[in-house]
Design a protein. Structure first.
Length: 261
């Protein structure tokens, strides 16, 4: 469901009712006549719908995390806010950038339209920028030939009491936690035939990719349980939605509120 399109159409419909009533319809009604129900509801809802549409399109948009691919940073069930303007102002619905601002940086947690089905929104961490050479071999990440620092910390224990090795990885200026399962295979499976597929070379220990211009390489923090750029390829710049920055609710764990930035 394209909620942005639905909200846009509602804004147009209620706005048309408000304009028609303000300039024409109310002048034709007797002074003591009651507004028709469709005018009363349409005109009264228009300011509210317009405000929601503008806030959601240009400032911040709420999302719900659907899976565990970003554990331990984000958990399934987290409700997050996404900054819609930090990577440039885009027209709603068509997602066309009209004002250029910042560009994604390594370490940013970014929401984007899934390249294989743009009606779906995905969230991953930015690992590779345009022109970068990304290597993920034997579960170690290297960028442009430089292996990223990795520091072991206490294991992550989920709500099923399953323990997974947890590490601190430094990606650009960002230190963040990742999970790496010691018994999971290092090679990539279920690889699709994505655009610029020839930029990636797979082997039994992992993958090496060169990020094409105007594209980004994305990975989940739950490295062995994430379908990401290793599988379906690069994210084009026009698919960017915004940068995730805040957890505003989690029904099963109120302590999660505000725990991510």
């Amino acid at each position: 469901m394209n909620f942005a399109l639905i909200l846009f159409l509602l804004t147009l419909a209620t706005g048309a009712i408000w304009v028609a009533d303000y300039f024409w319809l109310r002048k034709k009604r007797p002074a003591d006549a009651k507004d028709p129900w469709w005018v009363e509801y349409g005109a009264s809802f228009f300011p509210v719908i317009l405000a929601v549409f503008l806030l959601r399109s240009f400032l911040a948009e709420p999302f719900k995390i659907p899976s565990g691919s970003m554990v331990p940073t984000l958990l399934a069930g987290d409700f997050i806010l996404v900054n819609k303007y930090t990577f440039g102002i885009r027209l709603p619905v068509i997602n066309k950038k009209v004002i250029d601002m910042n560009t994604p940086q390594r370490g940013d947690v970014m929401v984007f339209r899934y390249p294989e089905n743009p009606s779906l929104d995905y969230i991953k961490r930015v690992v590779g920028l345009p022109g970068d050479k990304i290597s993920y071999n034997n579960k170690r990440l290297s960028i442009n030939g430089e292996e990223l620092p990795l520091r072991k910390i206490e294991d992550y224990v989920d709500n099923r009491l399953i323990s997974t090795p947890r590490f601190i990885e430094k990606l650009g200026m960002v230190e963040h936690e990742i999970l790496i399962e010691s018994d999971a295979p290092p090679f990539v499976t279920q690889i699709t035939q994505f655009p610029f597929r020839n930029n990636c070379h797979y082997n039994t220990s992992g993958v090496v990719c060169e990020v094409p211009p105007g594209h980004y390489f994305m990975m989940g923090d739950n490295r062995d349980n994430s379908q990401d750029s290793r599988v379906w390829g690069f994210v084009p710049e026009e698919n960017i939605v915004g940068r995730a920055f805040f957890i505003w609710f989690n029904f099963s764990n109120l302590k999660r509120i505000g725990s991510f930035k």
